[in-house]
Design a protein around this ligand. Structure first.
Ligand code: ZN
Length: 283
């Protein structure tokens, strides 16, 4: 899809599945199962959506999926399916890992930074040899020392071996012209979303502040969130503004659509039915 002068594309690193109860927090299953079907082990299938932005001067990717550095037990728990991988999707776009200039991770949970690194024989190296990687300093430090409550979400091998190429950010920052990050505490304390802007058009990679379109409803907040009331406050502040501005919202885990515009109807934020948003559906 064109966004002003930029080209943006959703790249799928396949799918995984999470417990439906964890995914919808205080929302009872009788409600959430109307939106997403659970499997026999109560899991819902989610996309691992990454975003490629080609600005004309830089190739930027937001998130790197779940990668392939996990064992059979992990693959069973999270039901990882890889009909496509991030690296394969890049190839389809005519790009090699060496063509990527910038990698932005919204946070360092294992489903967002998997391909930051790759195994090569006995070593683990940065997957994108020329890229600078950007993450919030607070997130990096927390990822190395998570609490008992969230340590299952972090796998050091996924991100730490790329440390020499990593820039640790302190709050909002412009990464390249037209691409900037803004911190929205809630899911983690230092979660950053990514604004992409060109010629008056705006998109927001909203990350796990709103992981799927079902989570546009204010109280639909994952039980993973460390600070759910901050997630709530940020959603109430941000979503009406996105609807008003006609910004495109890119979801990290929606199983059916990569992005949508929003509208506000009877006080609720819902996906807007806009034709011409080509590339919206995951094919
Ligand atoms: Zn996630």
């Amino acid at each position: 899809m064109k966004l002003g002068r930029f080209n943006i594309q959703a790249l799928l690193d396949g799918t995984f599945a999470l417990d439906g109860g964890q995914m919808f927090g205080v929302v009872p299953k009788v409600l959430w199962e109307q939106k997403m079907i659970a499997d026999a082990r109560n899991r819902v299938r989610l996309s691992l959506t990454c975003l490629l932005i080609q600005t004309g001067t830089h190739n930027v990717i937001i998130e790197t999926g779940i990668g392939d550095k996990f064992d059979a037990k992990f693959a069973d728990i999270y039901a990882v399916q890889h009909p496509t991988t991030l690296v394969g999707e890049l190839k389809r776009c005519g790009l090699e890992p060496g063509d990527i200039d910038v990698v932005i991770n919204t946070h360092l949970h294992f489903d967002h930074c998997g391909w930051n690194t790759r195994r090569d024989g006995g070593r683990t190296l940065a997957t994108f040899p020329r890229a600078r990687y950007y993450v919030q300093r607070g997130e990096w430090e927390h990822a190395l020392r998570p609490t008992e409550r969230d340590r299952a979400s972090y796998i050091e091998e996924f991100f730490a071996p790329a440390e020499a190429q990593t820039e640790l950010l302190e709050g909002c920052a412009e990464i390249v012209p037209g691409v900037r990050v803004e911190v929205f505490p809630g899911h983690t304390q230092h979660l950053q979303a990514v604004w992409v802007e060109s010629e008056g058009q705006r998109a927001l990679f909203i990350s796990d502040l709103v992981p799927t379109q079902a989570h546009l409803a204010y109280p639909w907040i994952m039980s993973f969130d460390l600070y759910p009331l901050e997630t709530l406050a940020n959603k109430k502040r941000l979503l009406p503004r996105l609807a008003q501005e006609g910004a495109i919202v890119v979801f990290p885990h929606d199983p059916t659509i990569a992005w949508t515009k929003l509208e506000q109807k009877d006080g609720k934020i819902i996906p807007a039915l806009v034709s011409g948003l080509s590339g919206m559906n995951h094919s």
